[in-house]
Design a protein around this ligand. Structure first.
Ligand code: SF4
Length: 246
């Protein structure tokens, strides 16, 4: 069973369609296909390689996204994840990303922009939303915080686009992330690269790459609340993981 946010109001039948055929699901739900929109942008740009500021949430989610984007963009990877708890996990995930980029032979092709662990920024944003379920309003605030920082830096540093790896996971709602990003892009005056990286087998490809490069795959989404939920035996692992049987 695919776990979706409650706001999607997806029936079990629609869930099954989504699992076996994401394209049919989009038609059924009258949803935009963000991945197809991204491919059209790439096609139109020809040999140009625009500068893209890519927010990266973790190594596993970055793997197939990097493979997909590096031929078409000059990438800078932004590590801004104040949601991650505790500090030791923040460091472990950042080091995992650095090692993966090196192991994939991409060190010469991408640049890094590392932000400190400014967890106060996260707690400020999610105040009052601590008890929200995963996929609820706390996650929307968490996405918004990270997208706003990415867009702000993209504008300040003259990038052509900004984007995030967050849509790679089946637990993250690509419609919500793209809608938030488009709203922020309009406000900041910087272009958002529409995307849904789980499409075109993106998540399975990440699983393959994680196995090949022996990448640490975290067992909870990232924040203190998802960590505690996991300790209680619930919650969602983040990043690409083999699909549970339907
Ligand atoms: S569960 Fe994940 S997306 Fe939601 S608030 Fe926590 S870290 Fe952010």
């Amino acid at each position: 069973m695919i776990i979706r946010p409650r706001s999607d109001a997806v029936t079990p039948a629609q869930d099954l369609v989504a699992f076996f055929c994401p394209v049919c699901y989009d038609g059924l739900m009258n949803r935009r296909n963000y991945q197809r929109e991204m491919l059209r942008i790439i096609e139109r740009q020809g040999d140009a390689r625009p500068r893209l500021l890519l927010h990266v949430c973790c190594g596993p989610c970055s793997s197939s996204v990097l493979e997909r984007l590096t031929p078409y963009f000059r990438l800078t990877l932004l590590w801004y994840n104040p949601n991650i708890y505790p500090e030791s996990e923040f460091i472990r995930r950042r080091e995992t990303l650095e090692k993966l980029v090196s192991d994939m032979g991409l060190s010469e092709k991408v640049e890094f922009l590392f932000e400190e662990h400014r967890s106060a920024e996260y707690y400020e944003r999610v105040r009052g939303l601590e008890n929200e379920p995963e996929g609820g309003a706390r996650c929307t605030a968490c996405f918004r915080l990270r997208l706003e920082e990415t867009a702000r830096l993209a504008r300040e540093q003259g990038f052509d686009y900004f984007c995030t790896t967050l849509t790679l996971s089946r637990h993250k709602d690509a419609v919500r992330i793209n809608a938030l990003a488009e709203e922020i892009a309009a406000r900041e005056g910087v272009r958002w690269l529409p995307s849904d990286f789980k499409k075109q087998d993106g998540e399975n490809r990440s699983i393959e790459l994680c196995e090949r490069y022996d990448v640490y795959r975290q067992l909870y989404c990232g924040c203190e609340y998802s960590y505690l939920r996991r300790l209680e035996g619930g919650g969602q692992a983040t990043g690409p993981r083999p699909a549970p049987s339907a």
